[in-house]
Design a protein around this ligand. Structure first.
Ligand SMILES: *[C@@H]1O[C@H](CO)[C@@H](O)[C@H](O)[C@H]1NC(C)=O
Ligand SMILES: *[C@@H]1O[C@H](CO)[C@@H](O)[C@H](O)[C@H]1NC(C)=O
Ligand SMILES: *[C@@H]1O[C@H](CO)[C@@H](O)[C@H](O)[C@H]1NC(C)=O
Length: 300
């Protein structure tokens, strides 16, 4: 947090690019324990802020982030290497203190008897992550905007953030559409906006009407070289982006490139070659990375 705060002192020209890709499968089962993960983006911000220009290649930026993240003065730490340890101070919010937990996530209300699953924190090998301080966080992001882009992992993280900040303030709903997949919240006192853009495949995609797919989980058309404009046209003004994606590529899908079917993942359609899920996952990052290398934020 403190580090994040210092980044305020950096030149206004600093363009802050933040990418966090989570393989969502791993996390879907531990949604209520999500708050420790929120630490990642916040600390990454610090690492990226001293660089005034964006990296030209994601790989080099990634390597840079991973190799040296300073958690506090004089301390270098790879926050990606560590383990989950018990945290007796958790949870920092419950279903009774935070309304942002949705009905379908309210395990306690529907009878889950244990609470231990909420009491964990991420412990990097080389350092301690400080506990989230909501007042300090809001001070640091005053006048800024943050968007979660991706699947339900992003939505869960947004909800967790709202719950963590709820000790200080609740945001008001300033969504530009009634569509629950595109929420925007504003912290009035801090002029801080949090948004969420639903885009499970990150690229343009749609569920095919003709087929529920071999696994009955839907069959999707993925346009692997096309932007999902529902979010790509909206992010220009945001200061920070947090991107998630992964498990939706496990569902049966038909891959399009250049407006033509090139193959699929377990679609069982005659004469369409099976490329496996990894093809779609890999390809979908290309337009994303292209977009991010040219992404400008007017407010950063
Ligand atoms: C919260 O969970 C408790 C069980 O731990 C349940 O009795 C209560 O109804 C829940 N409250 C809300 C507001 O969901
Ligand atoms: C709120 O922040 C935005 C930038 O996100 C800025 O353009 C606007 O002037 C701010 N409003 C106030 C009242 O400070
Ligand atoms: C699949 O390919 C075979 C061989 O080219 C062709 O005879 C058949 O009509 C094709 N089936 C469909 C549904 O296009």
């Amino acid at each position: 947090m403190e580090a994040f705060g210092r980044s305020q002192g950096q030149p206004k020209t600093a363009k802050i690019v933040l990418i966090v890709i989570f393989v969502t499968l791993v996390f879907l089962t531990i949604i209520p324990a999500f708050y420790p993960l929120l630490g990642y983006p916040l600390y990454l911000l610090k690492a990226s802020s001293p660089k005034p220009s964006p990296a030209t290649a994601y790989d080099s930026r990634e390597a840079e982030l991973r190799s040296s993240i300073r958690i506090s003065e004089g301390e270098d730490c790879d926050i990606f290497s560590g383990e989950w340890v018990p945290n007796h101070n958790a949870p920092y919010y419950t279903n009774t203190t935070c309304w942002a937990i949705h009905e379908h996530q309210n395990c306690m209300k529907y009878g889950r008897p244990d609470t231990e699953f909420m009491k964990w924190k991420w412990k990097p090998d080389g350092c301690e992550l400080p506990v989230m301080n909501p007042a300090q966080f809001l001070e640091v992001v005053r006048g800024k905007s943050l968007a979660f882009v991706g699947d339900s992992v992003g939505r869960n993280q947004m909800q967790s953030l709202i719950c963590l900040l709820s000790r200080v303030e609740y945001p008001i709903d300033v969504s530009q559409t009634p569509d629950e997949r595109f929420k925007q919240w504003k912290y009035v006192t801090y002029n801080f906006t949090v948004a969420y853009f639903w885009t499970p495949h990150l690229v343009k995609s749609e569920e095919r009407e003709d087929n529920s797919g071999p696994t009955q989980t839907g069959l999707f058309n993925l346009y692997l070289d096309e932007f999902d404009e529902r979010w790509t046209t909206q992010i220009e003004e945001f200061n920070y982006l947090i991107i998630s994606g992964g498990h939706w590529f496990y569902r049966p899908s038909v891959f399009y490139e250049n407006h033509r079917i090139v193959g699929c993942h377990y679609c069982l359609i005659e004469n369409v070659t099976d490329f496996t899920k990894f093809y779609g996952y890999r390809k979908a990052f290309r337009p994303l990375l292209k977009l991010l290398t040219t992404w400008k934020t007017t407010k950063a």
